[in-house]
Design a protein around this ligand. Structure first.
Ligand code: URA
Length: 186
């Protein structure tokens, strides 16, 4: 079912991001997964390969997933808020996110995950509209979405790459804790 949507989006011209698209970055992992992870947008490596989280941030994410006992290919379905790379890796603009959010909602509808990990502030903003609830305040908390689906915000791995501390209360350790909690929820 999602194959059709993916095919259709390969020729999508609904927002300006299509102008710089080399490859559509639709998803990775399993449509049968109980956990869905939503990132921000494809970067250069993702645009080249057509897969989400395959660059530096993705490799770091893989390390954390492995430590938390989450199998990226079997336990996870990965998507982004927009499916085409924004120029110079800037954040997607509101009109770009709006143009693409129906595709993300369709992915959620088909996959029917138990938990959605919202990776970073761009993903959080799509689902949690209260601007006071910044990622630092709400990471690791569980929010209700709909149809019993839970939302868990976590720090984005690109942010973690800039935060080197290995202290137990530092962002890297907190994110591992959050992922372990998600693993225990499914
Ligand atoms: N960062 C994201 O948010 N998504 C990707 O696919 C890659 C990097």
């Amino acid at each position: 079912m999602l194959d059709e949507l993916k095919k259709e989006l390969e020729n999508c011209t609904k927002c300006p991001l299509h102008l710089g698209r080399n490859k559509l970055v639709f998803s990775d992992g399993s449509e049968n997964a109980k956990i869905m992870l939503i990132g921000e947008a494809p970067g250069a490596d993702e645009d080249k390969l057509g897969l989400p989280f395959v660059g530096r941030a993705g490799k770091f994410l893989n390390e954390l997933l492995e430590k938390a006992g989450i199998d990226r290919k079997k336990d996870l379905y990965i998507a982004n808020t927009v499916k085409c790379r924004p120029p110079e890796n800037r954040k997607p603009l509101p009109n770009e996110k709006i143009a693409c959010e129906g595709n993300l909602f369709k992915q959620i509808e088909v996959v029917k995950p138990k938990v959605i990990i919202l990776c970073g502030s761009t993903a959080v903003e799509t689902f949690i509209k209260d601007k006071k609830l910044t990622i630092t305040k709400i990471r690791g908390q569980v929010f209700e979405y709909k149809n019993g689906i839970k939302l868990v915000p976590i720090f984005h791995p690109s942010y973690l790459l800039r935060k080197h501390s290995t202290e137990p209360d530092a962002p890297r350790a907190l994110t591992l804790k959050d992922l372990e909690m998600v693993k225990a929820m499914v």
